[in-house]
Design a protein around this ligand. Sequence first.
Ligand SMILES: CC(C)(COP(=O)(O)OP(=O)(O)OC[C@H]1O[C@@H](n2cnc3c(N)ncnc32)[C@H](O)[C@@H]1OP(=O)(O)O)[C@@H](O)C(=O)NCCC(=O)NCCS
Length: 207
Amino acid sequence: MSRKVALIGYSGHSYVVYDILERMGKIVSGYFDRKAAMKNPFSLEYMGEENPDNIIAKLKELDYFISIGDNKIRGSIFENLSGKLPLPVNAIDPSAIISNKIIMGSGVMVGAGAILNSMAEIGDGVICNTGAIIEHECKIGRFAHLAPGCILAGNVEVGANTLIGAGVVVKQNIKIGRDVIVGAGTVVIKDIPDGAKVVGNPQRHIE
Ligand SMILES: CC(C)(COP(=O)(O)OP(=O)(O)OC[C@H]1O[C@@H](n2cnc3c(N)ncnc32)[C@H](O)[C@@H]1OP(=O)(O)O)[C@@H](O)C(=O)NCCC(=O)NCCS
């Protein structure tokens, strides 16, 4: 029987993760967060603060998943636990279509209806959210977030910690840097440097 799972982070994004884990047949038993959640829709046990010492002390018998939408915070918790605990499980919705020729890290979420095509590479802690399409040979850096309904055409590179907003379309062979924000609905037709913020069709820089 598979081990029960604890969530690290318990707000909006984690509700989606909870559903995915449930559809995978896993039992989510508790959560860590800065404080006990005001909203506890799944009646989970509060296991204390999301600091590494507390998490490591309490996770002897449980698997875990870092269900925090903020890319930097998710990445920092992943790194702080690295080497001190086994790696986090993946949360992969059974309705996702995933090529058997992809490389995928740990602590990855793949939402309902997402499609990951041949030879894509997905780093640790990446969110491939609901209905995202990641085409052949895309390379997605660690802790990036591909928001619902975005489409990355073939051979697109996305750097670490980057947010590709909801409904974004990225043309094939484009390179997007790290720590980039691509606003919802943007159409990306040119490479984007590290740290930029772009919006619109065609893309324009706002930072
Ligand atoms: C891009 C984004 C981060 C900008 O937020 P911001 O830094 O607070 O910027 P502002 O709202 O002040 O907007 C700055 C300018 O960009 C425009 N803009 C902002 N977001 C835009 C978008 N998605 N598409 C087109 N234009 C946009 C604003 O109209 C404004 O233009 P102006 O200066 O000509 O008036 C935000 O609007 C966005 O799209 N976030 C992604 C949301 C998302 O997909 N989340 C996924 C959750 S799962």
